[in-house]
Design a protein around this ligand. Structure first.
Ligand code: PXG
Length: 294
């Protein structure tokens, strides 16, 4: 496996960052999780735009231009000979001293890219759906580091996911300070009631998922449904006809049980299934080519 690290490709065993890197010491950095389907990188521009926004929000100067990062991502997938891949792009504040002061990271940001085979939910989960629980971990408020920044501080999400696992569930739903639904530990959330689809707005405190935005577009184009971005509580999930999650890893997947309440018929519902199909068709037929010149 070849890893891109600070301008060079190296073997996995040699891909190491300093213990003085502020990404390690403080979680001071940002990342993207990206998929390649069929030799094409899915929505790479969207991921790089989000990376650029995350960098701007945390006062982090990217070590390369977006065009250069794009090239490095494509090259990493190509060198590893992958057609279907999970790509992790990480930028940290870089090497500093033991203090917080980001100015000490004066050698500049660390950038690495890993492209690996993807571990997916087994196909049966796309029929059967996932079990969800509400986490006791609250979503970060907009007055903290907004959840819109895909930062290296994933502790809240990890603890929420651990709670889900302990409860025998696959995903955890995080409520915000107002008690409204925000998102899951690694996925955005939607529900369907009487043919209408809703999802929390950016102001609820969410990562603005690339998959979320694609699903909003596909619902409009393929189903003629305009998804409502609005606040809602757990009650609306408990009483929904369908619940589904979106994320780079999961794509589109049903949530069929939450806090022991069965949602709808307890299996992936008709609208969810249509969106799974449209999403897969689209993901397999679009994206930045890795092996042909564009
Ligand atoms: N919310 C959070 C907190 C996330 O971490 C999403 C929503 C969905 O965003 P995208 O842009 O992926 O549609 C994420 C992304 C994993 C995994 O291994 C998690 C994500 C992405 C890739 C893999 O669980 N989370």
């Amino acid at each position: 496996m070849k890893i891109y690290l600070d301008g060079k490709f190296c073997e996995k065993e040699d891909a190491k960052v300093s213990v003085f890197d502020h990404g390690v010491l403080y979680g001071d950095g940002i990342f993207e999780g990206i998929r390649a389907y069929n030799g094409r990188i899915f929505r790479l521009e969207d991921h790089l735009r989000r990376l650029e926004d995350s960098a701007r929000a945390i006062l982090l100067k990217l070590p390369l231009s977006i065009k250069e990062i794009e090239k490095a991502v494509v090259e990493t997938v190509r060198l590893n000979g992958l057609k279907d891949a999970y790509i992790r792009l990480v930028v940290t504040r870089g090497v500093g001293d033991l203090g917080l002061d980001p100015r000490k990271c004066d050698r500049g940001a660390t950038l690495f890219i890993i492209a690996d085979k993807i571990a997916l939910y087994p196909e049966e989960f796309y029929e059967k759906g996932l079990t969800l629980v509400t986490s006791a971990v609250r979503q970060k408020g907009l007055d903290q580091v907004t959840p819109a920044v895909k930062s290296l501080n994933y502790l809240a999400n990890i603890l929420a996911r651990a709670e889900a696992t302990a409860a025998g569930a696959q995903e955890a739903v995080l409520l915000n300070a107002a008690g409204n639904v925000s998102e899951c530990s690694g996925d955005n959330i939607f529900f369907v009631k009487d043919g209408k689809i809703s999802t929390p707005p950016v102001s609820a405190g969410i990562l603005v998922g690339v998959t979320r935005n694609v699903v909003i577009e596909l619902a409009q184009q393929k189903l003629g449904v305009k998804i409502d971005e609005r606040d809602f509580s757990r009650y609306e999930l408990y009483t929904a006809d369908e619940v589904f999650l979106t994320g780079t890893g999961a794509e589109v997947i049903a949530g069929v049980k939450i806090d022991d309440r069965v949602i709808g018929a307890g299996v992936a519902g008709p609208i969810t299934k249509k969106l799974i199909k449209h999403f897969r068709e689209y993901a397999n037929s679009s994206g930045t080519p890795v092996y042909e010149t564009a």
